[in-house]
Design a protein around this ligand. Sequence first.
Ligand SMILES: [Zn+2]
Length: 120
Amino acid sequence: MKCRQCSRDIPQDDRYEHIGNVYCEDCYIQILSPARFCDPWADYSAKSFEKHGMITPMTENQKMLLKVVKELRKAEPADLIERTRGVISPADGERELAALSRMGKIEIKSVEGKAMIRAL
Ligand SMILES: [Zn+2]
């Protein structure tokens, strides 16, 4: 199985599905979090806040997603986006999940080829 984005051979365990296509972990994270790569400052400031012991306040969308993750214990990104439909757009949902992952609130892991999210 090859990654649709970079054509790299992907081992079974590192396979991520997104809208019917298969990607390697790197490309999947990039797809899930486009902001991360075009906005290095966001990443930098989040890290420097952590370093100085400051807590980055969560947005309302992030709080809602985190609540749903905690209720479900573990979930696929599509489940979360489905459950918050009408409140959070799918694009925002994916971006907020990536932000929560960076903040260490959730973990995104590959389980049997599917992305699984759980609260930390
Ligand atoms: Zn790839």
